[in-house]
Design a binder for this molecule. Structure first.
Ligand code: FPP
Length: 264
């Protein structure tokens, strides 16, 4: 029998929500566009970086809950290639928050059997951040639980171009290229595609995130700003996901045949 106390305080609102989830039909891969840190800070008349700092608690809770639920892969969009255009002080703070997060959370990642990895152009990051992230990737590499990807200096179009380059370097015959072969050259090679894409703060955009992989993802958008995102929101997203009918371009069950028209 499932021990629900690992997910939420018994009889709490979260407990009520998590019991509505069918744990046998979880999304295998959840991808998240964490948005709204700046707005969260502005609403409190705080500097933008206070929003990023506060967003770390949401990261921690989401990672831990996905691991406990038994989700296979979680990918968080932490820093896009376009984010380099932000003011240098904001970029520097984000990089040091990342370092701090990885340093503080490594034990928790290990304890929860979480395998950590980075997708994107890690080489664009400051050397100190590369070192800290690389250490966490290495130390967690044998873990078998949740695969936790952080997208850093990531761009979906660049990822596709990188995959093309990799294929061309191998002199693959153009007529031999298949979608499976192409997917095998993406940063997420070997991982299932996201079934559920969550975006916080209400924007209805994809923002160059996992462009290839989200072809059939179910999208769930909440007005909640990222620093306020908690397990209850994650549970709501999964409940909503499980209500959707995924057709992958096919027809609904029971509608495969045309109705029989009786002509008189
Ligand atoms: C978007 O909010 C958020 C980001 C660009 C950064 C997300 C980073 C964190 C939550 C902290 C570090 C992450 C990890 C994984 C440790 P925004 O600034 O675009 O918000 P706005 O749209 O309201 O301005």
């Amino acid at each position: 029998m499932t021990d629900y106390s690992q997910f939420a305080e018994p009889h709490s609102e979260e407990d009520r929500l998590v019991r509505r989830i069918d744990l046998e039909r979880l999304p295998r891969h959840i991808a998240v566009i964490m948005d709204g840190n700046g707005r969260w800070a502005r609403e409190r008349r705080l500097p933008r970086v206070a929003g990023h700092r506060s967003g770390i608690s949401a990261v921690r809770e989401t990672v831990e809950m996905c691991a406990r639920l038994g989700v296979d892969v979680l990918t968080l969009y932490a820093f896009s290639q376009e984010n380099w255009k932000r003011p240098p002080a904001e970029v520097t703070t984000l990089m040091s928050l990342l370092r701090e997060y990885v340093r503080k959370e490594l034990d928790t990642l290990l304890k929860n059997d979480i395998r950590f990895s980075v997708i994107g152009h890690l080489e664009d990051l400051p050397a100190s951040a590369q070192r800290e992230l690389g250490r966490a990737v290495e130390k967690t590499s044998a873990n078998k639980g949740l695969q936790f990807n952080i997208a850093l200096s990531y761009g979906g179009r660049t990822e596709i171009v990188d995959a093309c380059r990799a294929l061309l370097r191998e002199n693959v015959d153009p007529d031999e290229v298949t979608t499976e072969m192409f997917a095998g050259k993406l940063y997420t090679a070997g991982q299932p595609d996201p079934d559920l894409l969550i975006r916080t703060s209400g924007e209805l955009r994809i923002s160059n995130f996992l462009l290839w992989q989200i072809a059939y993802a179910e999208i769930w958008v909440t007005e909640t700003l990222w620093p306020d995102f908690r397990r209850a929101h994650l549970f709501e997203a999964v409940i909503d996901f499980q209500r959707r009918e995924r057709r992958y371009g096919g027809l609904s069950r029971g509608k495969e045949k045309d109705p029989v028209v009786v002509r008189s």
